[in-house]
Write a protein that binds this ligand. Sequence first.
Ligand SMILES: [Zn+2]
Length: 372
Amino acid sequence: MVLLFALCPLGIGISASSPTIRVRILHNKSRVQVGATGSYKIQTLDSLKELSFPSSHSTLTVEASQQGILASGQTWGAQILIKPGERESLIRVGSRRYRGQILVRQKNSLLEIVNELPLEEYLWGVIKPEISPKWPRASILAFTIAARTYAFKKLKDPSANASGYHISSEQDDQVYRGVEGEDSYASELVNETRGRILTYLGEIIESSYHACCGGYTASSKDVWGGEYRPYLVAKRDDFCKKSPYFDWDFKIEATDLRERLKKRGLVLGRIYRIKLLEFDEGRRVKRLQIEHQAGKAELTGKDFRQAIGGGDLRSTLFAVERHHRYFVFEGKGWGHGVGLCQEGAKAMGEQGYTYKEILEFYYPGTTVETFY
Ligand SMILES: [Zn+2]
C-alpha cells in the first residue's frame, strides 16, 4: 500500500476511496447547452438507451418538455447522464467544463443539472472561487480542510441525499466553478491535505466559514439556533483587522428601506426609527425594533439583514442612525460570522501560524483526522 502511494504522483492518481459528491450546478432552467472537450455520450440511467458523440465539435441542446427530457431529437424520460467518452474528455455545460459526469433531471417542467465527481476533484474547483491561490500556504491548507469537512458533512447527511444532490455550487453552500475555478497550485494544496477532515469528539464537525468576522466571530446557536456547538462559539478575532472587509457603511433612504421590507412580506407605515434591542456577546444585532407610522415591528437581526440584502448590509454587526431621510448603517465584517473567518485565516498565515493553529483558533477543540 505504501509503495502504491509512493508510485502515485499527487494530482494524477486519485484512488477509488475518495467519495463521490453530487453538486447542483444549475437549476430551474428550461434548456441547457452541453458538449465536451472530446468525445461524450448521453444515456438513460439504466443504460438501455445511449447515444455517442465522437468529437468535441458537436454540442447539444438538452431541454425540458412535456414528454420528458428532449435531446438530439429524442425523448429520454425524467433523467439522463452525460458521460465523457474517454478519460481525458471534460463535459461542458454552458461555458464551463466539469470533471466527472453530469446528471440532468427534469423536475416539474424545468431542468436541474448536477455534477457527479470525486470529492477531491470537486475541491479543486472550490478554492479559487472561495479564497485566492495567492494567499499564504498555511491559510489555503486550513481552508481546504474546512471546505472538505463542509462538503463531507453534507455527503453524509441523509436529507441532502434525498434531494438528489449533496451541495449547491452557490454562495449558500460553497462556490464551485468546475475546471474554470481550478488553479494548479491550489489543487496541489488540496492534494496535500487529501482526506483530512475536522472532527470534534470523533464526530465530523459543521465547518461553517465566512468572509470576515469584523473582530468577533459569532456562535452558531445565536445565528441559527439548534444545539450548542462548543467549536462554533463567539470569540474575539484581532487577525482580520486589516482586511478591506473589516469596516463598511451603507446608506439607504427610509422609503427604499420600507420597500425592501415590503418585498419580504413586512408591510409597514412610514419608518421613523430603528432601535437595536438585543446583541450577542460580539455585539451582533440579535433583535431590533422598527418604529413606523402604524406601530412597531420587531424582527431578528438575521431576518432584517436578509430583507435588506446581504451585499448591502454585510453583517449584523452594525450600528444605525437616522440622518434626515436616510438611515446610515456602520458595520464590521462580511457574512454570518460563524466558524472560520477567511480574512483572519489569511492574516494568520501571513504571520507564520500553521494550518493546524489556524483551524484550532477558529474551530477550538477540534482534531484533524484522515478519513481516506
Ligand atoms: Zn475575523
